[in-house]
Design a protein around this ligand. Sequence first.
Ligand code: ADP
Ligand code: MG
Ligand code: ZN
Length: 610
Amino acid sequence: MSTSQSSNTSLHHTLRTIFGFESFRPNQAEIVANILAKRDVFGVMPTGGGKSLCYQLPALLMEGTAVVISPLISLMKDQVDAAQENGISAEFLNSSLGTREMSEVFRKLRSGTVKLLYIAPERFAMSQFMELLQEMSISLFAIDEAHCISEWGHDFRPDYLALSSIPKQFPEVPVAAFTATATEKVQQDIIRKIGLRSPFTVRASFNRPNLFYQVAAKSDVHQQILDFLKDHKDESGIVYRTTRDAVESTADFLSSQGIKALPYHAGLPSEEREKNQEAFNRDEVSVIVATIAFGMGIDKSNVRFVVHADLPRHIEGYYQETGRAGRDGEPAHCLLYFGRGDIPKITYFINQMSDDAERTIAQEKLNQTIRFASYNACRRKQLLSFFGETYPLDNCRTCDICTGSVEKIDISTDSQIVMSAMARTNERFGITHIMDVVMGANTQRVRDLGHSSIKTFGAGKDKDKRHWQFIIGELLAQEFIRQDGDRYPVLKMTARGSDALRGKEPVFGIKREEPKASGRRRKISEGAAFDEQLFEKLRAVRKRLADEHHVPPYVIFSDKTLHEMCRHYPMSPADMRQVHGVGDVKLEKYGAVFLGELRAYRENEGRSNK
Ligand code: ADP
Ligand code: MG
Ligand code: ZN
């Protein structure tokens, strides 16, 4: 009893003094306790959930060196930098090191002073390294991005298969594996492939409360992005696009409008890709425009928005990409521009797939994404239900649906007009033509086909185009009708639609006002107001220090840490130590510089107030 209490106290003590955090995030404490008790662990936590701490903290409290296996070289360096900034003795070994640096790390490892060693999986195939491991005292193995071991996952890395030798060769050492990939199949596969020994398993909630989800109708997407960025001046963010051409054109457009933006896609030479990623990581440019090739290699915690300018192919990908926003726990915005015009492009690719089963799955995944974007239900609730979770509240307060004013209206009559126009033209036409028929448009096509003589022609001419788009959108989302065909999709009735057309089932739609831009912003930042002028100053200090120390700015202090300073104005080292993310080592290193800036700001303010 008393031992567990005292170890509990020492856990919290380390959390506060080394990491500068007040409390554990959900599941962290249990995971740490199990590793300390030398039990294997399998942890599924969303991006930004705080997986690193789960192995870094026990590494500090246990005898010997913790070996962390991580798939990406670029990430390794940042993680080692971040650990060293907190005063933790951390090193990495990978192909980017020269012979001299390599033997220096080997020397440190033999001396037993290293607490955290990051390595790439291929090192397990090197006999010299394995011999070294056998000589060392190892506290634990942590396998990050563990889904890379599964062929069922989307990032399979054959090198990861070598990790199955760990439990066999080091039977006494606990192994902790982590992933943000949620599917059950991949999870079981990971446990089996590594050979985890009845691991303590946790699955954290995938809810990310600080992310605001919004879906907007896509029209002139470049202009729309530009307008959005006006509200997010100087903030870091990612704009995802589907194709390389689109990436280039959007990056060029934004640059031409005076926004610091760089492109990232697999077609660029690798040096350029790395350079652009680094510039984004170091806050030298605020926006990176990228294909989905971008993301796994960054741990940047101050990404304030993620924009999807094109429709994603599946929810898993969309969720992982949006998950890169707001890792520091501060509010961040996820915006998807949804246009039905994107659907045929994706369907076209899906139809190229030769495997029937794969094609069906891809189509179903696309349909899920379309439903997510077009259905008027809480985005958070929809996303979480996709991961098998039930979101308990009626209103999440942080999505466009929950913050917009919504009103449920009976759209049965208008729905019947649309479906009747479809039926009377034998369900052989797409959205545009059906709208023309309903609105009584005198187009060439209507004249050629003689559609002006059908009974519903012009039945909806007293209402505008937007209204009919809304009705058709609702019918599609609720599956009264569906789109059939890829290049020129036509509207077809479902069984449910036939019932509604015959008046057997009413149709309801949710009419909502677009949330006002200013109102939305106020809501997002509610309770989180900070002195923005001061933030600019502290951010400049952070950037200067980061450049001096050759690390990304967020490694010095996160946005959350700076925001707190701009809320509470710490004036003494003791005040400063209370701020989130300020541990002993960082207080010692950077406390005085930031306190100096804060005091100068206060004094200036005092003068200008007189
Ligand atoms: P993951 O690897 O799960 O995506 P990270 O380990 O990179 O997430 O952590 C995400 C962010 O959360 C980091 O900025 C980290 O410093 C912060 N963090 C982790 N644990 C805590 C905690 N207990 N309290 C506050 N912030 C935390
Ligand atoms: Mg991580
Ligand atoms: Zn909601």
